[in-house]
Design a protein around this ligand. Structure first.
Ligand code: DC
Length: 241
């Protein structure tokens, strides 16, 4: 069971994906964390993140390793735990430029496909281009949306939780989010986009629990459909013998 969950920042992708994976006993992959980790490594290793050629030349250098336990997501770059530093403003400000470089996307997409192929029992993969590019044959594709106001308010809440300091400037958060979404949606290589066959869920008025319940129901339906078509295929195979 491969579940792709895409959408812009602040729609609840991470919280939803982790909870759905934990509830259903599936693995979990945060692809944004991979792009953040490679960005963090570049910032730390003197790569000019304003220069796409420099980014492209460094794209293959760091080893990026992701944990897939939804209860303990982990990410490292060259063996160093990056889970804290990848959430800093510095990384957030640079990640769209780094992730727009085709060499970076090729490298990270390959990693993502390998992780998904090796996940026993299934995986929930969250990102921006999972349903369109990384795993176009996913069993279920969900595209989460929410109003810009709701997304900014959620992001502010997360920032407070991450560094312990209150973030009071909601307008600035909303502006930064909108700018990042614009960059992610307008890049040439696999932009943020809803797949034609994705189910869109607007989370603006929903609690996290409601979104999780909705996605779990969608996964269960997709699993039942998959089991049904596997049975049909076996039946047809027997009938033609
Ligand atoms: O989900 P996030 O905010 O941690 O993602 C960080 C950035 O990584 C986001 O601005 C765009 C990029 N990204 C991407 O280009 N493709 C993905 N599949 C996931 C994230």
């Amino acid at each position: 069971m491969i579940v792709a969950i895409d959408g812009p920042s602040g729609t609840g992708k991470s919280s939803t994906s982790k909870a759905v994976a934990a509830q259903l006993g599936l693995s979990y992959l945060d692809t944004g964390a991979q792009y953040r980790a490679i960005t963090w490594w570049m910032l730390n290793n003197g790569v000019d993140v304003a220069d796409p050629d420099a980014i492209a030349a460094a794209a293959g250098k760091p080893s990026i390793v992701s944990g897939t336990d939804p209860l303990a997501p982990a990410i490292s770059a060259d063996g160093v735990d990056a889970s804290g530093p990848i959430r800093t403003q510095e990384v957030t400000a640079a990640v769209s430029a780094v992730s727009a470089v085709p060499e970076v996307r090729e490298r990270i997409t390959e990693l993502q496909r390998t992780i998904a192929a090796e996940a026993r029992g299934g995986i929930v993969v969250e990102g921006r281009d999972i349903g369109t590019t990384v795993l176009p044959d996913a069993d279920l594709k969900v595209f989460l949306t929410a109003s810009p106001e709701a997304r900014a308010a959620r992001r502010n809440g997360e920032l407070k939780a991450a560094d312990g300091k209150p973030v009071s400037d909601l307008a600035a958060t909303q502006q930064a989010l909108t700018a990042r979404d614009k960059a992610d949606s307008s890049r040439k290589t696999s932009p943020l986009k809803k797949a034609d066959d994705a189910v869109e869920v607007d989370t603006t008025e929903l609690t996290l629990e409601q979104v999780v319940e909705c996605v779990v129901t969608l996964v269960e339906k997709a699993a039942a459909g998959k089991a049904g078509s596997a049975q049909n295929a076996t039946g047809m195979e027997k009938a033609t013998r």
